[in-house]
Design a binder for this molecule. Structure first.
Ligand code: NCD
Length: 261
């Protein structure tokens, strides 16, 4: 059930399900379902429950997947809920890091860009907090990591650093995890225009540095195309890894559903 645009998440979930020998049904928008006639999302989810073994949901409102998970008996996967979370992206991010370095412990990671509205970095910061990593949040003042996430990290005694200037961290990091400024979440377009080009990573800035660049994609104006053919590019590999990771997620959840045991 995809109520927001998606390329990688939707297509990689579909590919994953098909490679496992399954199939997919779905909707791409409220307009292509009876929600446009006024049907509730709860009733819509109930129908999907009758026709499928797992629900994958992307929606502009935070908490929608959690709400649906409480009213259906099949596994529910949050494929992005507004400016909330994007946990399966995090699993493929961690997988990409582990494949690259052989470990996640002790990595030095900078999360860069829109940390306020970016759901991928919200989920990733919780996950990285489970490992002993050095985590630096690099963003303009207006787009800092939300207070409630920082409080959660502090409650769990997870150390983090905050920084406004990318130049200050770029020499030391193993991973630059860059993100798009989430235009669609800004209440005011003027505000977006002021900071839309806050960080643009290009080939020259990376010269002589021993780091990889990750990005959940889509990129808009964060990574110059001249980075694509350098040793730093891992964002395409990351998107490629989405399929095996999502195959593992689907198989694990469906196999462990009491309905089938
Ligand atoms: C992200 C998303 O939808 O949150 N994309 C993705 O799933 N790979 C990032 C974004 O839209 O900027």
């Amino acid at each position: 059930m995809f109520f927001e645009p998606s390329t990688r998440t939707k297509l990689s979930f579909e590919t994953a399900m098909k490679r496992l020998g399954g199939s997919c049904i779905g909707i791409d928008s409220a307009a292509s379902s009876s929600i446009i006639k006024g049907e509730s999302i709860a009733d819509t989810a109930k129908m999907f429950e009758s026709y499928s073994d797992a629900l994958i949901i992307r929606h502009e409102l935070e908490g929608v997947s959690r709400f649906i998970s409480e009213i259906v008996d099949v596994p529910v996967i949050n494929a992005g809920d507004g400016a909330g979370q994007h946990p399966t992206q995090t699993l493929l991010d961690l997988y990409t890091m582990k494949k690259e370095f052989g470990h996640i412990e002790n990595l030095n990671v900078a999360l860069v860009g829109d940390l306020k509205y970016g759901r991928t970095v919200h989920s990733l910061s919780y996950a990285l907090g489970l490992f002993n990593v050095k985590m630096t949040f690099v963003s303009p003042q207006e787009l800092k990591m939300p207070k409630e996430i920082l409080m959660d990290l502090e409650k769990n005694q997870i150390e983090y650093f905050e920084e406004e200037h990318l130049e200050k961290v770029i020499d030391d990091v193993d991973i630059l995890y860059d993100t798009r400024i989430q235009k669609e979440r800004f209440p005011d377009e003027e505000e977006y225009n002021k900071i839309k080009d806050a960080y643009l990573i290009n080939k020259e800035m990376l010269e002589g540095k021993d780091l990889i660049v990750m990005h959940p994609l889509p990129r808009v104006n964060e990574i110059s195309y001249d980075v694509d053919n350098t040793k730093h590019n891992r964002y395409f590999q990351q998107a490629f890894n989405a399929v095996p990771v999502r195959m593992a997620i689907l198989e694990t959840l469906i196999k462990n559903n009491p309905k089938y045991i």
